[in-house]
Design a protein around this ligand. Structure first.
Ligand SMILES: Cc1cc2nc3c(=O)[nH]c(=O)nc-3n(C[C@H](O)[C@H](O)[C@H](O)COP(=O)(O)OP(=O)(O)OC[C@H]3O[C@@H](n4cnc5c(N)ncnc54)[C@H](O)[C@@H]3O)c2cc1C
Length: 271
């Protein structure tokens, strides 16, 4: 099947995918809506990255905006869809890391009916999900974070139309101004799928957030990362990058949880 074609068409051009038939799901009605419901946001599978970027419902959850606004360039964001991104399960994709911090779930629909799958169970491996042959992603459900919550998604890139070298997503809830009640830290591009950095979370959860806690979390994230050396950088470079991104994302998430308006998102070499 084809949605935005931003992953599939390049693969077909390189002869790495040769489907004998393609079903264009853009003609299925109702799949591109972004619904603001009691306690949750429902993002239709065909919602374009650009639709999500400008959605007023999404604005209330800044980490979603950080992610949508930074994916590739305008052309890709106008065509690419959230459902296609998750189904593609590219380890360097931005949505996996972002949505894992929000404990999102994916509604999969097929001839046997519908099922809701937690995102952490949806990704099985690089480019592999639990989707059956006859299933499609219908929508993505994101629970609205409680009061005093803030998040940040930072991805480090060489230029707009390439995937990130490393990324970090942080979503947290504060108790008072300084104590972390709960949080999720997820790393992108440094494993076969986006990965929770659970030890890094443990360094912050239930504690006063100060420079020392943030530094300990960053170090734990560096340890958790499992990057491979490639054209985007050496494994050591990516580990150092992940530590820096976690540190910065934690700082932004805390400020947002305190009610500050902070502009953040993808970061580029040389800026
Ligand atoms: C130059 C370039 C740069 C890019 N950079 C980034 C980046 O920095 N970060 C990032 O996250 N992404 C990036 N992308 C990928 C982009 O986000 C794609 O939009 C996304 O990966 C796939 O979405 P799509 O709708 O285009 O899917 P398609 O290409 O149409 O489909 C991809 C795969 O998913 C399947 N599929 C599509 N929709 C569904 C569905 N609803 N249910 C089940 N299966 C489905 C298709 O059958 C196909 O196998 C980039 C793409 C390009 C071309």
């Amino acid at each position: 099947m084809i949605a935005g074609g931003q992953s599939l068409i390049p693969l077909m051009k390189m002869r790495l995918a040769r489907p004998s038939a393609l079903i264009d799901i853009n003609f299925i009605p109702g799949l591109s809506e972004i619904k603001n419901e009691e306690g949750e946001l429902r993002l239709g599978a065909l919602a374009r990255h650009a639709d999500i970027e400008v959605s007023e419902h999404v604005a209330a959850i800044p980490i979603l905006h950080d992610c949508a606004a930074g994916i590739a360039d305008v052309q890709v964001r106008n065509q690419g869809t959230i459902g296609g991104s998750l189904a593609e399960a590219d380890p360097s994709g931005d949505w996996g890391a972002t949505l894992l911090t929000l404990e999102a779930s994916v509604v999969c629909a097929g001839s046997q009916g519908e099922r809701s799958v937690k995102l952490e169970e949806f990704f099985k491996d690089a480019y592999t999900t639990v989707l059956g042959r006859e299933e499609l992603v219908r929508e993505v459900i994101v629970k609205k974070p409680p009061k005093n919550s803030g998040g940040s998604y930072l991805a480090f890139k060489r230029s707009a139309p390439v995937y990130a070298t490393a990324s970090a997503a942080v979503q947290l809830t504060l108790e008072g101004k300084n104590v972390c009640k709960d949080l999720h830290i997820v790393l992108g591009c440094v494993g076969l799928t986006a990965m929770r950095a659970k030890q890094a979370e443990a360094e912050v959860r239930g504690k006063k957030i100060d420079e020392k806690t943030i530094q300990r979390a960053a170090e734990a994230a560096r340890e958790a990362a499992e990057p491979q050396s490639d054209m985007r950088g050496s494994a050591d470079y990516k580990r150092a990058l992940v530590a820096a991104l976690v540190k910065r994302a934690l700082g932004i998430a805390v400020r947002r949880a305190r009610g500050e308006r902070v502009e953040a998102g993808h970061e580029y070499v040389g800026r």
